[in-house]
Design a protein around this ligand. Structure first.
Ligand code: FES
Ligand code: FE2
Length: 397
């Protein structure tokens, strides 16, 4: 984030605190509960958003060096992501070209050759078929046309994108636009180190899990004994970038910034920026490092979903530049303990609330839910979703 934008964010948050105001969408809107529960809708969105749309699948440090790989089945098909021997990010169907076995079964690792467990055909990190055991018995194979089947993939701004359709296209300039592209580039995500991953299944529609990241109105209630110690709830800035958006959450150490010269400010000293990348990504910039939340529906069941949360840390130079910004009780924790504490809040508070929303949606109590003036991210997210499905915008109250 450019420094003048960092100052705008911090000053905007201070103004809200001073005036007891918050971001204001200007109106309330209604969202039909059926969008969370309708099985036909679940099939439509799986096809539209999860089979036919580019997806963020990780950050650069998920493939830290040549020969490293990870596998992924979140998009309903086996995918193998590799950094090849030249350092290039590649993605393939994780499917052997002989009889179609899943080639690599480990979640992640480091290999020079990928050998199929069934008959031991082997592929290089570039996806080339390099060994066929007993080829004089099997018969000759034209190796040049039996390499792993590639998927479109792009590594940019330290982020890994894959298209789950081999004939798909990834046009990041179109998806993100200039402004968001520049801002993502400014975070130097390629310098961030992977710390680990957490997976949470949830008993709710995937969009309800996303909705929990869409406002801070709930902080003083739901997170009263946890995040509320370090955040001013119901205080945020909000900006949109095509189908994507950025929320700037307000953390309490913003108070100490008032006496420091603006030239010395870093946005992470008083804010926690959260980027939403359509359709299913939340990218949070905490004081320790970025957190990449990928939220997936079940392919057919609207009542189930899950989160894959990747934890990363900034280089020491960034953390030293930002300085200490944690509540007292958090300064006693190690970085990994803070990650675990944050994960526990997401699991035990946010996703419990999302599952409760889902019970309410299934109950038949009401035919719509409300998004307030102070919840503009929910307006924009659901309007972007509607627009992408060719539906009308949310109805005003
Ligand atoms: S299916 Fe992979 S080697 Fe036979
Ligand atoms: Fe929350």
């Amino acid at each position: 984030m450019q420094h003048d934008e960092q100052i705008r964010v911090i000053e905007g948050l201070m103004t809200h605190l001073d005036n007891d105001t918050n971001v204001d969408a200007g109106r309330q809107v209604k969202n039909p509960v059926s969008v969370y529960t309708d099985p036909a809708r679940a099939v439509e969105e799986w096809q539209t958003f999860f089979q036919s749309y580019p997806h963020v699948i990780g950050l650069s440090d998920d493939l830290p060096e040549p020969g490293t790989f990870f596998t992924n089945a979140d998009l309903g098909k086996p995918i193998l992501c590799i950094r090849d021997k030249d350092g290039q990010f590649r993605a393939f169907y994780n499917v052997c070209r002989h009889r179609g076995s899943v080639l690599e079964t480990a979640a992640r690792g480091h290999k020079r050759l990928f050998t199929c467990p069934f008959h031991a055909w082997s592929y290089s990190s570039s996806g080339d078929l390099v060994a066929v055991p007993k080829e004089h018995h099997f018969g000759e194979i034209d190796r040049s046309c039996h390499g792993l089947v590639p998927l479109p993939c792009v590594e940019r701004y330290g982020i890994l994108w894959v298209h789950p359709d081999k004939n798909g296209q990834i046009d990041l300039d179109d998806l993100l636009g200039d402004q968001l592209s520049e801002e993502l580039a400014s975070w130097d995500l390629g310098t961030c180190a992977r710390r680990g991953e957490t997976m949470f299944p949830h008993d709710c529609n995937w969009k309800l899990a996303i909705d929990t990241y869409g406002e801070t109105y709930h902080f003083e209630a739901l997170h009263k004994d946890t995040l509320n110690y370090n955040f001013y709830g119901n205080t945020q800035l909000y900006d949109t970038y095509k189908r994507n958006h950025r929320m700037a959450l307000c953390i309490r150490p913003i108070d100490a910034m008032r006496t420091r010269p603006k030239e010395s400010w870093h946005v992470l000293q008083g804010a926690l920026p959260v980027y939403y990348l359509f359709p299913n990504i939340q990218l949070l910039f905490g004081a320790d490092g970025p957190t990449l939340v990928r939220i997936y529906p079940d392919a057919v069941n609207p009542n189930k979903s899950r989160s894959e949360i990747g934890w990363y840390s900034y280089p020491d130079s960034v953390r030293e530049r930002v300085g200490p910004v944690f509540a007292e009780y958090m300064t006693q924790m190690s970085l990994d303990e803070r990650i675990q504490a944050f994960a526990a809040v997401i699991e035990a508070e946010d996703y419990v609330a999302a599952a409760s929303n889902h019970v309410g949606a299934l109950s038949g109590a009401q035919d719509h839910v409300l998004f307030g003036r102070n919840e503009p991210a929910l307006h924009h997210y659901h309007n972007a979703y509607n627009e992408a499905l060719g539906l009308a915008p949310l109805e005003w109250v």
